[in-house]
Design a protein around this ligand. Structure first.
Ligand SMILES: C[S@@+](CC[C@H](N)C(=O)[O-])C[C@H]1O[C@@H](n2cnc3c(N)ncnc32)[C@H](O)[C@@H]1O
Length: 291
């Protein structure tokens, strides 16, 4: 407006240069009001750190700092976190760094070795457990947990798209070239090996239905996944995940967009058709609410 300065909304007092205050009524986490509020923003930029270095022998690891944010939002110290597709063990490492206990499950024993290498390199004496096997069965062995954070295989896209693991010669690990062919395993219960997208969704749904039985009431579950193409057609994977999780009893709490701004841009459809470049993941969170 000409001549008039628009009034900026005033920053809440507790968000000005103070660490914020912890509310003793807080039953969800150990955060101050200010820390809590900052994590409710619907987009985050992915945060890489030196701790991620060892993870890149896995084709699709989480970044530790991203998972630390989630664990600090949804749990308190000493609580138990489950990741039924734990891969290189990032969720367990994030849990350890925040004095929580992690339980991870993965089909591929080689990824447990990778997790152990990472833990050793960080000098952590872990309290977490890494179970090898199919989550559909292994979940029966665990007790109640306080939070589930996970990312399943993205259907069979590694088999279709990947040229293998990254060599670490580039400036940034994420941007480094890949060498060799890599997918998770040859096992038939590996969710990355289902040919049909519907079969992949059904297998994921069965595991998450079981996981629901092991989650304490009023606690949260986060699934991290991006949209992708199936048979060259763009699919709203997020929509399918929300549907199958809701059918399993989880209540949708919201999606945080995790921006990945340093990925390369590919001219997929150019110059004939629009094709999207996925430069974000969806962090989709649910709550278990039973009366
Ligand atoms: C997207 S990756 C998870 C990566 C992990 N977030 C990390 O930071 O390394 C998915 C993982 O699911 C595992 N997986 C696939 N099918 C499984 C099943 N039925 N039970 C347990 N793990 C499975 C794969 O071996 C793979 O490591």
């Amino acid at each position: 407006m000409e001549g008039k300065r628009e009034k900026r909304p005033r920053k809440p007092k507790e968000l000005e240069n103070q660490p914020g205050r912890y509310d003793p009524r807080n039953t969800l986490n150990d955060l101050t009001g200010k820390e809590w509020l900052l994590l409710t923003k619907s987009f985050w930029e992915t945060e890489t750190s030196v701790i991620d270095k060892g993870a890149y022998k896995h084709p699709a690891p989480f970044m530790v700092e991203d998972i630390k944010k989630l664990i600090s939002m949804y749990t308190k110290k000493d609580m138990v976190i489950l990741d039924p597709f734990v891969g290189s063990g990032t969720s367990l490492i994030a849990a350890e760094l925040l004095s929580r206990k992690g339980i991870g499950i993965d089909l591929n024993p080689g990824y447990k070795d990778l997790y152990e290498e990472r833990i050793q390199a960080l000098g952590i004496v872990p309290h977490s457990e890494y179970l090898i096997g199919d989550s559909l069965k292994k979940i029966d062995e665990i007790n109640l947990v306080d939070y589930i954070v996970t990312s399943p295989p993205y259907h069979n896209i590694l088999r279709n798209n990947s040229k293998g693991t990254r060599n670490h010669t580039g400036k940034s690990y994420r941007m480094s070239a890949r060498d060799g062919i890599e997918y998770y395993s040859e096992l038939e219960n590996d969710l990355g090996n289902f040919e049909q997208y519907e079969d992949f969704l059904n297998a994921f749904s069965k595991i998450m239905r079981k996981a629901y039985q092991h989650l304490r009431n009023k606690k949260y579950t986060t699934v991290i996944i991006s949209d992708f193409t199936v048979n060259k057609k763009e699919v709203c994977v997020q929509g399918d995940i929300v549907r199958i999780m809701s059918e399993a009893g989880y209540e949708f709490s919201g999606t945080t967009v995790l921006l990945q701004p340093v990925k390369p841009l590919y001219p997929f459809g150019y110059p004939y058709a629009y094709k999207i470049n996925h430069h974000h993941q969806n962090i989709i969170t649910f709550r278990k609410i039973e009366s």
